[in-house]
Design a protein. Structure first.
Length: 336
């Protein structure tokens, strides 16, 4: 009987196209009095993953017609200690680099602080960790305190920050391979003194790839926020990202999409000039059934303050209002 159940479980495919048996997630299978008990152990037992696994496993076993009447009990345990004091982990993603993902991650984090929340920011953009620059955290000023192997994040503008950039010298390239990323992220998640957080914002690398799969496996996300410009080439990459987050085996809820650099205000007439195309992201969101979280104009101020390492919402009231509205939309989407 156990063999038959194992065979059935081989049809449950998870991340990396592995099945659930190959993944090593199945700890034990018991079969007593017409009841199958399956014990699983995984690193990311968030609610949506639990529900999906239960559904897929039940479906797969029923499909095999193992017994007419059968009760299936599934127990899922975490094999890593997810800190219960981190309430919501949200990732900011983009299809392409340079669309303003880190700028937006920074200003959403500071907006949430202004709204009275405890906030952390984890910069996992291995291709170009720019959070240290956005908070003016230069190498010399960063002194990661470690106590008994536990790291303390750096506090800046009320946000607790850890960046993959703290581990490389400015301008120095590191080729991060999957296992290295997994190791560092594990440390960021589990061996870091985050304290109590209402939100942990994760700045993901742009695009899709192996790294994303490791990340999604390591970090129990509540949802993803996507950033894009309206340019066709940016949206075609976003399309791929949406596809990845919606893969059956990954399925992380997408909370919505933000249109960045929507328009430029012409100096004299104050007319809106749609540099990257008008409403591209808005139309795309309808097409893909994604919530439209808001639009951010292209402003010299935004570029200038991010270069100075000051979150622009602290300096520009209009921009602040835009970000607070977006942050509220994200919270509403989380509650749905
Ligand atoms: P990504 O993280 O997607 O690679 P960044 O956040 O690093 O992108 O932004 C790339 C550049 O664009 C930065 O110099 C940033 O200051 C600038 N930028 C981002 N959003 C805006 C905006 N709305 N208006 C003006 N400049 C922006």
């Amino acid at each position: 009987m156990k063999k038959k159940i194992e065979k059935a479980l081989e049809n449950v495919i998870i991340i990396d196209n592995k099945n659930i048996i190959e993944s090593g997630w199945v700890r034990k299978i018991d079969f007593i009095n017409n009841e199958i008990k399956i014990y699983l152990s995984l690193s990311n037992p968030s609610m949506h993953i639990r529900n999906k696994l239960i559904k897929d496993i039940t479906h797969s076993i029923k499909n095999k017609n193992i017994l007419e009447t059968i009760h299936i009990k599934i127990e899922i345990k975490s094999d890593t200690k997810i800190k219960p004091e981190i309430k919501n982990i949200i990732a900011i993603a983009s299809g392409k680099g340079g669309v303003g993902k880190s700028t937006i991650a920074t200003n959403i984090a500071v907006s949430l602080v202004q709204m009275g929340f405890h906030v952390g920011l984890l910069d996992a953009d291995i291709y170009g960790p720019s959070i240290p620059l956005m908070f003016n955290l230069e190498e010399d000023s960063v002194n990661l305190q470690q106590k008994n192997g536990i790291m303390n994040p750096i506090m800046s503008y009320g946000v607790k920050i850890l960046s993959i950039g703290f581990f490389s010298k400015y301008g120095e390239a590191i080729v991060w391979r999957g296992p290295m990323v997994t190791k560092v992220l594990r440390q960021f998640m589990h061996e870091t003194n985050w304290g109590k957080l209402d939100f942990l914002i994760v700045d993901l690398p742009p695009g899709t790839g192996d790294i994303h799969l490791s990340l999604l496996q390591e970090i129990p996300l509540k949802g993803i926020v996507i950033v894009s410009t309206s340019q066709k080439i940016a949206l075609s990459d976003v399309n791929r990202s949406v596809g990845m987050f919606r893969i059956r085996s990954i399925y992380v809820p997408i909370l919505g999409i933000i249109e960045n650099m929507s328009y430029v205000l012409s100096k004299g007439t104050k007319e809106k000039c749609y540099f990257f195309g008008k409403n591209g992201v808005r139309d795309f969101s309808k097409e893909m059934n994604l919530f439209f979280l808001g639009e951010i104009p292209m402003l010299q101020n935004i570029r200038e303050y991010s270069d100075l390492g000051i979150p622009v919402i602290l300096k520009n009231e209009n921009v602040r209002n835009i970000f607070i509205k977006i942050a509220k939309n994200i919270i509403n989407q989380l509650q749905k």
